[in-house]
Write a protein that binds this ligand. Structure first.
Ligand code: SAH
Length: 230
């Protein structure tokens, strides 16, 4: 089995590369991909760079070029739900693109013809994440994640995304990775640790907590990979 582990920024995958220790680096399509053998499974690891376009390219490359059969995303996000605090983990049940807007034609936000507002993550891996959370003694919330090409640092925008999509957290890659995996029929799992509250202090909070939150998320994703390897 070949599993893709993806992040958007170097900080999101460096704890994973550290844990794996030895890997092969392959340059492809303007990015670096790391291949490793880990507990009997093949891994391909990469960070995409920030946003929907780069994450689409990386997810598609991991599947189409590197042959990944499952994809796990690890990263950080801004909280919408007041129950999510910095460092908390959220598992995406489904994802939407909050900045996709052809509402002028009477469509709902996040919708284009032949698409869907929400894409559901793999139920089996979500179930597995509950076991991992229990094993680790961690409280992990499930919820809707909204994705867009914006760093949201604005209470009004955040609340709008929350009420329009019922979203609990927001970030810049999950929704596009979901589109790719759904189209290519590759089961996917999206995990985020909260780095900020998407409010006026978001950029400061992000800078302060990126590393610790990214590490939280990476540790959990590696436990998921351990379970998948068993
Ligand atoms: N510090 C970076 C920019 C980070 S952009 C730089 O200056 O280069 C934010 C990244 O973290 C994205 O990958 C996104 O997925 C996630 N994220 C965390 N908090 C977010 C928020 N409030 N709004 C949007 N994305 C957020």
């Amino acid at each position: 089995m070949k599993i893709a582990i993806m992040g958007a920024m170097p900080e999101e995958i460096s704890p994973i590369l550290e844990k794996i220790g030895s890997y092969k680096t392959i340059s492809y399509a303007g990015n670096k991909y790391y291949e490793a053998s880990y507990r009997g499974i093949d891994l391909v690891i990469a960070y995409s760079k920030i946003g929907k376009v780069f994450s689409t390219l990386t997810a598609a490359t991991m599947i189409e070029h590197f042959g990944a059969q499952k994809l796990l995303f690890s990263g950080v996000a801004g909280a919408i739900s007041p129950t999510l605090k910095v460092g908390d983990l959220i598992v995406a049940t489904k994802l939407a693109q909050h900045d996709l807007d052809i509402t002028a034609f009477g469509h709902p936000f996040g919708y284009v013809p032949e698409g869907a507002v929400f894409i559901e993550a793999d139920k089996q891996m979500i179930e597995m994440s509950k076991e991992v959370a229990k094993d680790m003694g961690k409280n992990v919330q499930e919820g809707i994640i909204a994705t867009g090409d914006q760093f949201v640092a604005n209470e009004e925008r955040k609340n709008w995304i929350g009420s329009t999509f019922g979203a609990d957290a927001l970030e810049m890659e999950g929704g596009s990775v979901a589109v790719v995996c759904n189209a290519l029929e590759v089961p996917f799992f999206i995990l985020r640790a909260i780095s900020d509250a998407a409010d006026m202090d978001a950029s400061f909070s992000f800078d302060e907590f990126l590393q610790t939150s990214a590490k939280e998320s990476a540790e959990f994703v590696m436990k998921m990979v351990d379970k998948l390897a068993n």
